[in-house]
Design a protein around this ligand. Structure first.
Ligand SMILES: Cc1ncc(COP(=O)(O)O)c(C=O)c1O
Length: 375
């Protein structure tokens, strides 16, 4: 009997394969197509012959943990104890799986806000938990009344993704207030705050769970080097959690992976001395603005993109096809791969929306927009 009977090939694999078969421009899967900072590749070259190739300590290379802690402090004015409150994992997917295995027990419920990133639900199910998927509003803002109504005696955790993939929306300070108020009413419920796009926000600054005192003792926060430094293939993130939760998380991490790639850890510990994470928002805002301005002439209606590197668009003016068929036809007939939004909804709700990834070089964005304007 399958433990995940509803899981098949992910839409990311399907669309990327279709894009390759048809020589299409791939704006589907979320990864940058431009080179990483030469400073980082130079560091990798320089350290490759050093004695850094054996197991690093279980929770992470100590100088790296120190520097992550400093980055958090300078970004959010929160002091995180490197030895007890930090862990580096082989990507957010592994981090989330580890957290679920450590903190969720059979029969407990985990609230997930839809549209949601695809690894959330399977991680909950594999831990024996029950995902409770609550749709966001039509414009992807949270309906906190509806979310609170989903809390019960069985609720063990709520997962929040801010900035959000796939919608590109962010939570504002009133949202964080509401979340804090609900979690104050349900003091045993934990928060998993997936903040992998924390440094990719545009008009408004990111509001991290790190900045809310009442959340610190119950929250696991995920930060991503992959997203922040354009190195998604390194599969490298860090987790922050209060010590009493981190003890349990580390117990699972110890037997799941024990420790993660030593070369990456040493390289990043040096790179963090030279890089300003706060420049990332402006870098991606330029791409977002370019892509949006190029699509002005198209028949797509662009929804707000406040953070992450995703732009959602409605094709309701173009076609009444379901979004999966429309996205496939876009690849085959127009040469652009995107992601249909219905796949992120538990109920498969199809609002005629597709997601573009604009983490691409200028030429790619221009070429893609030319094709999209012909539709
Ligand atoms: C919101 C969100 N969470 C988690 C992940 C998984 O990240 P990783 O590649 O580090 O496993 C992604 C990747 O796109 C993501 O967008």
């Amino acid at each position: 009997m399958s433990k995940l009977p509803n899981v098949g090939t992910t839409i990311f694999t399907i669309m990327s394969k279709l894009a390759a078969e048809h020589g299409a421009i791939n704006l589907s899967q979320g990864f940058p197509n431009f080179p990483v900072d030469e400073q980082l590749t130079d560091i990798v070259k320089n350290i490759a012959s050093d004695s850094i190739h054996q197991y690093p300590p279980m929770a992470g290379f100590p100088p790296l943990l120190e520097k992550i802690s400093r980055t958090i402090e300078s970004s959010y004015q929160r002091k995180v104890e490197p030895t007890t409150e930090l862990l580096v994992t082989a990507g957010a997917t592994q981090g989330i799986y580890t957290v679920m295995q450590a903190l969720i027990s059979t029969g407990q419920e985990v609230i997930i806000l839809d549209p949601s990133y695809d690894c959330y639900e399977p991680s909950v199910i594999l831990a024996g938990g029950t995902p409770v998927r609550i749709p966001l509003n039509q414009d992807f803002t949270p309906n906190w009344g509806k979310i609170e109504a989903a809390f019960s005696e069985k609720t063990a955790m709520i997962m929040v993704n801010n900035p959000q993939n796939p919608s590109g929306r962010t939570l504002n300070s009133k949202d964080l207030d509401q979340l804090e108020a609900i979690l104050t009413k349900f003091p045993k419920v934990l928060l998993l705050s997936d903040e992998v796009y924390e440094y990719i926000t545009f008009e408004e600054k990111h509001i991290s769970a790190n900045t809310r005192k009442s959340l610190i003792d119950k929250t696991i926060i995920i930060s991503s080097f992959g997203k922040t430094f354009h190195i998604t293939g390194w599969k490298f993130v860090s987790l922050v959690a209060p010590e009493h939760l981190m003890i349990e998380i580390k117990k699972v991490h110890q037997y799941l992976v024990f420790s993660v790639n030593s070369l990456c850890q040493v390289a990043l510990s040096q790179y963090l001395d030279n890089v300003n994470v706060n420049e990332l928002g402006a870098f991606y805002q330029e791409k977002r603005d370019l892509f949006r301005s190029l699509l002005k002439e198209s028949r797509f209606e662009l929804l707000p993109s406040e953070g992450s590197y995703f732009q959602v668009a409605s094709y309701a003016n173009i076609s009444s096809e379901n979004d999966v068929d429309f996205a496939k036809r876009l690849v085959v007939e127009y040469g652009v791969a995107t992601i249909p939004m219905s796949v992120f909804n538990a109920d498969g709700r199809d609002n005629k929306l597709i997601r573009f990834c604009f983490a691409k070089d200028t030429e790619t964005l221009i070429q893609a927009a030319e094709k999209l304007c012909k539709i």
